[in-house]
Design a protein around this ligand. Sequence first.
Ligand SMILES: Nc1ncnc2c1ncn2[C@@H]1O[C@H](COP(=O)(O)OP(=O)(O)OP(=O)(O)O)[C@@H](O)[C@H]1O
Length: 231
Amino acid sequence: MLRLEGLEIRQDDFALSADWSLDDGAICAVMGPSGGGKSTLLSVIAGFLAPTRGRVVWDGRDLTGLPPAVRPISILFQDNNLFPHLTVERNLGLGLDPRLRLDANQKARIAEVLARVGLAGLGDRKPGALSGGQQSRAALARVLLMDRPLVLLDEPFAALGPGLRAEMLDLAREVLAGPGRTLLMVSHAPEDAARIADRIVLVGEGRAAPPGEAQALLADPPPALRAYLGL
Ligand SMILES: Nc1ncnc2c1ncn2[C@@H]1O[C@H](COP(=O)(O)OP(=O)(O)OP(=O)(O)O)[C@@H](O)[C@H]1O
């Protein structure tokens, strides 16, 4: 379980608080107005930014002082973070061995996750030789390979067209979601939340509200969500 315990975040004159838990296996959309603090909240959970007060706790373990790399967390950003000079296999391999001395077993695991996201046989390509959708699949494969229990997605598919975005959201849910993994996804599109999220955290006016039931919130939005959705 992810628990944000009396969390307070300050950056210059910007402040954000959060005090809630998210159940294991949830797919939670993080929504709210631009500049509300959605990315900042994810940065604190990931460990790129320290809170001014409070704790980030995972399964009873305090993560607050830990560097990002040792947290039980994977992150998927919009720009995919694939190195252009490395093949897809080696991009993924970096997560297994930073020196890239991959053994047959590791290569087989990479081939397996690539097949899982529909990229079988494309491990030898460099990212530039993949379409935008295929690059998103490669980034998803890397998250799958790392197999961490908490996955943070910061508008991962925003650059894709609506049809492809929906396809990628479905794939993300299919390959990542399940009892052993919790997904927290920043999205500007209510249809993304409606498509895959079962919880919504609304971020705005200095606060990340506790996760609410997604379908209920979207069916009968409270005033802040109503304003954000332009209703
Ligand atoms: N390094 C920084 N130093 C000071 N303030 C910052 C820094 N980074 C972001 N901010 C401020 O923190 C606030 C929250 O920004 P954040 O990017 O988290 O919002 P967001 O909800 O993700 O916005 P968007 O939807 O536009 O991406 C903004 O007011 C922003 O100006």
